[in-house]
Design a protein around this ligand. Structure first.
Ligand code: DAH
Length: 390
């Protein structure tokens, strides 16, 4: 193991050679440290006040130096000090990264190991950098267009007195389906193209984990902990087993709404949503409701807004309007009056309370708002696309 030699010569060349030897030993010992305990030994050997290598070079090289050599030696000792401190810190970082690595399994491990290696090389070249150079300016980010749309929609409802609730993306069968009145094996579950978490078969069905297919489970989670009146919006990420294409993504975003109180009627639903659409798309849009089906609402509807791109005419000049497929209407959300069965799952009395719910796709709304022709553009991280929204 390296020991600090006494200085015989204080010539610049001899000093440089000694520094080189010491640094080689430093590197070698750093590389040999493989865990937290090794690292502590390494740190103490080099940095301990009493008899650490740094202390020794201070005593054996600097203090012992003749007056006229002090300057030369002093500069080198200072620079060694910085390098040793840097190496000790850097080695600790590497070890803690490798600690994370031990917890990883599978093909990611090789990639991760490479990244750690690269990061180490980067840090080593950084250490050789002139720190008096100006820094690298980081480009300012901007709100992602989907998140921006989510915030706009949420704020329309906040202005109506709604509050915001969130829930887990990995959900149980119970919250995603059962408590929303999708009984086990009910065919309505098939409409949801669910991505299930593997190896859940040993659990009772309602405890099995899946990626939530909608934000509706947060209705249940909220009603479980809150008595009526409830007025909430629920923004969040959802997943479905849809292969990606221009209009589908296995991951997308929804905004859910729920209002439960005494004497809430379908008129409240229509009035609220009509107001929200005017706030979002402009005061001249109209809304229209068509009957539909969802297990957790009765009656259920889908709501359309008059096309805010062609003004409802179905045409843009002499061209057909694509977003509304020339119909003048765009389907924007599902909604309905909360099914009394749902109240049964959360201990609300269906004889005393009533309410409405709705759910919409935020990505689709962002596509329409910004005239984007491919949903994938939102998620593949090309800054040239994202910069346009900055
Ligand atoms: N959860 C439904 C879906 O993703 C959307 C929805 C429809 C939500 C009607 C609601 C609602 O709250 O009342 O397909």
């Amino acid at each position: 193991m390296y020991t600090v030699p006494k200085r015989k010569s204080y010539s610049a060349a001899a000093l440089d050679k000694a520094v080189e030897k010491l640094l080689a030993a430093l590197k070698q010992e750093a590389a040999a440290a493989k865990n937290e305990a090794d690292w502590k030994t390494f740190r103490d050997r080099w940095m301990a006040r009493k008899n650490g290598v740094l202390t020794q070079i201070n005593d054996l090289w600097l203090k012992a130096a003749p007056k006229d050599a002090k300057r030369e030696v002093g500069q080198r000792v200072n620079s060694l000090k910085t390098k040793v401190e840097w190496q000790v810190e850097n080695t600790q970082q590497e070890i803690s990264q490798l600690g994370t690595l031990d917890k990883l399994v599978g093909p990611d491990e090789a990639t991760f190991r490479k990244d750690v290696e690269q990061a180490r090389r980067n840090r080593q070249s950084e250490a050789a950098l002139d720190i008096t150079l100006p820094g690298i300016p980081r480009p300012l980010g901007a709100e992602h267009p989907v998140i921006k749309t989510v915030h706009e929609i949420v704020s329309v409802f906040r202005n109506l007195g709604y509050s915001v609730q969130e829930g887990p993306v990995i959900e149980t069968d119970y919250y995603n389906f059962e408590a929303l009145n999708f009984p086990p094996n009910h065919p309505a579950r098939d409409t949801q193209d669910t991505l299930f978490i593997a190896r859940q078969e040993a659990k009772p069905q309602r405890e099995r984990l899946l990626l939530r297919t909608h934000t509706s489970p947060v209705q249940i989670r909220t009603m479980e902990k809150m008595r009526p009146p409830v007025r909430i919006v629920i923004p969040g990420m959802v997943h479905r087993n849809d292969p990606p294409d221009a209009s589908h993504s296995p991951m997308f975003h929804q905004i859910e709404g729920l209002a439960v109180d005494t004497n809430i009627t379908f008129c409240d639903l229509k009035g609220t949503l009509d107001h929200a659409m005017k706030a979002l798309f402009g005061s001249s849009v109209k809304t229209s409701f068509r009957p539909s089906f969802f297990p957790f609402t009765e009656p259920s509807a889908e709501m359309l807004v008059s096309c805010f791109i062609c003004g409802g005419s179905g045409k843009r000049g002499s061209e057909p309007c694509r977003p509304c497929k020339q119909t003048g209407w765009i389907e924007i959300l599902g909604c309905g009056m909360v099914d009394p069965n749902v109240y049964g799952f959360v201990n609300y009395d269906p004889k005393k309370v009533s309410g409405f719910a709705f759910g919409m796709g935020a990505d689709r709304i962002a596509i329409l708002k910004y005239g984007v022709d491919d949903i994938q553009l939102f998620f593949n991280g090309d800054v040239r696309f994202l910069e346009q929204f900055g």
